[in-house]
Write a protein that binds this ligand. Structure first.
Ligand SMILES: *Cc1c(COP(=O)(O)O)cnc(C)c1O
Length: 224
């Protein structure tokens, strides 16, 4: 893996996205690759940008804030906040993010709504379809009541659902979870699906993902 250049890894992931789209009979333009750059050095992000990558995903609000500032010279770069968020850090996401993928609680939604001053922040609600106790995300049962409150947050636009199935050696293990998320989104008239990471993004595309969040396959191992 470390033998490969960043350009080769990006090319390989793009090829896998194309193949998954072909298998699923989908147009490649319906799937957006988010390069998950958490704990990757700025030089790696600049190199990815030079290769044409524009969408980057960060988990930690302070890291997002710092990278947003450090790379503000790159036109068209779009930040996706993909990790769990605490109220006290909502301001960083409100300032820097193009899309927030991990909305799951009312207090955070209210804080983002107060802090967002430019265009509406597009948000995905994170759902815990596998019913894992330890995992972030709303249970599907809680989704209707949560979505009903979205009208109270004019600075946010809920556009879809996000999910992170249990890690597994077998990408196929994610398929039923992805399918459940896609069904749930359809039931609620939501069009965007943020699902799939390095180990299962092709299955996610086959099940309708519109945003895949890929880190390791693009950048290699993360810094500690
Ligand atoms: C880190 C992370 C990813 C990317 O994971 P990889 O296995 O490196 O592709 C995707 N989504 C979320 C929410 C993450 O935290």
């Amino acid at each position: 893996m470390s033998e490969l250049t960043l350009a080769q890894r990006f090319e390989a992931v793009q090829a896998r996205i194309h193949a998954a789209c072909a298998r699923a009979g989908r147009n490649v333009s319906s799937v957006q690759l988010i390069a998950v750059s958490k704990r990757q050095p700025l030089e790696a992000l600049r190199e990815a940008y030079a290769l044409g990558q524009r969408h980057f995903g960060e988990n930690y609000a302070q890291e997002l804030r710092d990278k947003h500032a450090a790379l503000s010279d790159l036109p068209g770069l779009r930040w996706h906040a993909i990790g769990p968020l605490q109220v006290k850090n909502a301001k960083y996401v409100a300032q820097a993010a193009h899309v927030f993928h991990a909305l799951e609680n009312v207090e955070v939604a209210q804080a983002l709504n107060r802090r967002r001053t430019h265009d509406a922040l597009r948000c995905l609600v994170e759902v815990n379809v596998a019913g894992e106790g330890s995992k972030a995300g709303l249970s599907p049962d809680a989704l209707p009541a949560f979505l009903a409150q979205a009208a109270n947050w004019p600075a946010l636009t809920v556009v879809g659902l996000m999910a992170m199935p249990p890690l597994s050696d077998d990408a196929e293990a994610s398929r039923p979870h992805f399918r459940a998320v896609a069904t749930l989104a359809k039931q609620h008239g939501l069009t965007e699906l943020s699902m799939g990471s390095t180990f299962d993004f092709e299955v996610a595309i086959e099940e309708g993902a519109t945003w895949v969040r890929v880190g390791t396959a693009l950048f290699g191992e993360r810094l500690r």
